[in-house]
Design a protein around this ligand. Structure first.
Ligand SMILES: Nc1nc2c(ncn2[C@@H]2O[C@H](COP(=O)(O)OP(=O)(O)OP(=O)(O)O)[C@@H](O)[C@H]2O)c(=O)[nH]1
Ligand SMILES: [Mg+2]
Length: 308
């Protein structure tokens, strides 16, 4: 599992390892702390989170005395693990209510539809009976894209008229799921810029309509973030959160040129659960977020470093 995560995140996590390479054998002092901070900023930790990490690392290593100065890479790894630990989310679905509604939102192209297919695959494999909802009714290609995943998954899908109201479709899907015994409703939505009020108003209508059927629906509102967008993701979280209280984040495309620091920045800035990580375009490229594995893959193979 760790190897798999390491492998999938290898490009992402190599970024910090690369930026820190050459520093591991040095003892910690203020000059080195500055260089570590630069490495963090350059790998998408962002200015604020980098400063926070450095301040915590300084205190921690200081407390550990001489050993602290030498073992700073281990201290840094533990620190990163502790920072992301409170944000470890879960894909697990409680025993009730039924259907359990998961709404997926995000900007254009962030990976929503692909993530939804991966979620359907995951829930099928864990014994659930998902129903896909093609809530991106504006582009025929979007409906076709989800439809072809549904076919591959042999998973039922509900689609509406082109340009139809996504909220009305979700309402209809909830009723169908409840009649036909589908326990998980996976609702796709059109990509949207969160600074466009009319698009956000349309998104807000979806939970309002579902609440009429079940006051607790949709139980999950997950924002899918493209892992390669770095610090821009933080602004997206803020804006989507203003429109609709989010219950979790999924970071996609971590197999690409992303730099893992944004995950730590997300954890430090929002305290929202990180539900899973997308690490490719295939159905099983969705990994649970495990703090220890993440920290281990961000700073790999330090055990062998000799401090001089
Ligand atoms: N490498 C990689 N590509 C991904 C991942 N997730 C999605 N993609 C690709 O990113 C592109 C956009 O993915 P979609 O799932 O269509 O994104 P979307 O958010 O539904 O896009 P819109 O509906 O247009 O807003 C597609 O080419 C996907 O195959 C991932 O984890 N890794
Ligand atoms: Mg889509």
């Amino acid at each position: 599992m760790l190897n798999r995560l390491r492998q999938s995140l290898s490009k992402t996590t190599a970024a910090l390892g690369g930026a820190l390479s050459g520093l591991f054998t040095r003892k910690l002092d203020e000059a080195l702390l500055q260089e570590i901070e630069d490495a963090l900023v350059s790998t998408d930790f962002g200015v604020e989170t980098s400063a926070q990490v450095i301040s915590l690392l300084r205190d921690r290593c200081h407390k550990a005395g001489r050993a602290g100065a030498e073992q700073w890479p281990q201290q840094l790894q533990e620190l990163l693990q502790e920072m992301v630990q409170p944000c470890v989310g879960s894909l697990a679905i409680p025993a009730s209510p039924r259907p359990y509604c998961i709404l997926v939102v995000g900007v254009n192209g962030s990976g929503k539809t692909t993530t939804l297919a991966k979620l359907a695959h995951h829930y099928q494999a864990s014994g659930h009976r998902p129903l896909l909802v093609a809530g991106d009714t504006f582009r025929a290609a979007a409906v076709e894209q989800l439809g072809s995943w549904a076919q591959r998954l042999n998973c039922p899908i509900i689609t509406g008229a082109h340009g139809g109201d996504p909220a009305a479709l979700a309402y209809q899907a909830w009723q169908q799921a409840s009649q036909q015994g589908n326990d998980v409703l996976l609702i796709d939505t059109a990509g949207r810029l969160p600074n466009k009020p009319n698009l956000m108003a349309e998104l807000q209508k979806l939970p309002r309509v579902l609440e009429k059927l079940d006051v607790t629906a949709p139980q999950q509102r997950w924002l899918v973030l493209d892992g390669t967008t770095g610090q821009h993701a933080l602004r997206q979280v803020e804006l989507f959160q203003q429109a609709m209280p989010l219950t979790g984040l999924i970071v996609s495309k971590l197999d690409g040129s992303s730099k893992g620091g944004m995950i730590v920045a997300l954890a430090a800035s929002f305290k929202l659960p990180i539900i899973a990580l997308g690490t490719g375009e295939q159905l099983d490229d969705l990994q649970p977020f495990v703090a220890e594995d993440f920290a281990a893959s961000v700073l790999p193979e330090m055990g062998s470093v000799e401090v001089g």
